[in-house]
Write a protein that binds this ligand. Structure first.
Ligand code: C5P
Length: 206
C-alpha cells in the first residue's frame, strides 16, 4: 500500500507521515529532505539556487549529506524551495522517489507532489494543511524551543513566500490531488492530527 502525504510547509505532514508509517508498519521517505540536500549542496558549491544548471549539478550530493543537521534550517528550506522550481532538479530526483514508492509491501512518502506526480496511483492520498498563522506559530514554538530567537511575523512572511513559490511553480506545483482527502489541522494538536489521519487511512482502505 502506498500512502501519499502532501501539504505545505509546517502543516504537520512530516509528523503525520512518520506516525502513519509506524502504525501501518511501512517504510517512510521525507522527500523534502532530498530537495533540502540539493539546496544545501548548491550553497556548499557557492552556487545560485535560481540558476537551473548550478541547481542540477548539486543533485549529485553525497548521500551522507542527508544526515546533516543543517538541512533542517530555515535557510536551507528556502534554498530547497528555490532549487525545486527547476524541472531538471525534479527529474533528477524522480527515480529515487518512484523506486521507494514502488518497493514491495508499500511505503509512506511525504512531500508536495507525491499524490500528483511521484505516485498518482497511490490508493491513499492525504493533503495536510493548516492556516498560515497557525503554521507560523508552530514553527516559532519549535525554533524557540531550540533557542533560536526569530520574530513571529518574519516566520509568517517566510511561510507565505514559500507557499507562493511552491504553489505557483509551473512544474509539479503544490496542490491536492483530485482524489486526496484534505485534512485541516489548524485546530488540532499533534495527537488529534495523527488520530484523524489514521482514521482517514483506515476509512479509505476499508
Ligand atoms: O518539506 P520540506 O519543507 O522539507 O521541503 C522543502 C522544500 O522542498 C519545499 O518548500 C518544496 O519547495 C520542496 N519540495 C518539493 N517537492 C517535494 C518535497 C519538497 O518541491 N516532494
Amino acid at each position: 500500500m502506498i500512502i501519499a502525504v502532501d501539504g505545505p510547509t509546517a502543516s504537520g505532514k512530516g509528523t503525520i507521515a512518520k506516525a502513519l508509517a509506524a502504525h501501518f508498519g511501512l517504510p517512510h521517505l521525507d522527500t523534502g529532505l532530498l530537495y533540502r540536500a540539493v539546496g544545501r549542496q548548491v550553497q556548499l558549491n557557492g552556487g545560485d539556487p535560481d540558476h537551473a544548471e548550478q541547481a542540477l549539478a548539486a543533485c549529485d550530493f553525497p548521500v551522507d549529506l542527508l544526515d546533516d543537521d543543517t538541512l533542517r534550517s530555515e535557510e536551507v528550506g528556502g534554498f530547497a524551495s528555490r532549487v525545486s522550481v527547476h524541472p531538471g532538479v525534479r527529474g533528477a530526483l524522480y527515480e529515487r522517489q518512484r523506486a521507494f514508492a514502488l518497493q514491495d509491501g508499500g511505503a509512506v512518502l511525504d512531500g508536495r507532489d507525491i499524490g500528483t506526480v511521484i505516485a498518482p496511483e497511490a490508493p491513499v492520498k492525504l493533503f495536510i494543511t493548516a492556516s498560515v498563522a497557525e503554521r507560523a506559530r508552530r514553527r516559532w514554538l519549535e525554533m524557540t524551543g531550540r533557542g533560536i530567537v526569530v520574530p513571529l511575523a518574519a516566520i509568517e512572511h517566510d511561510i507565505a513566500a514559500r507557499d507562493a513559490r511552491d504553489m505557483g511553480r509551473k512544474d509539479a506545483p503544490l496542490t491536492a490531488a483530485a482524489d486526496a482527502l484534505v485534512l485541516d489541522t489548524t485546530h488540532f494538536d499533534r495527537d488529534q492530527a495523527i488520530e484523524a489521519a489514521i482514521e482517514a487511512v483506515q476509512a479509505r482502505i476499508g
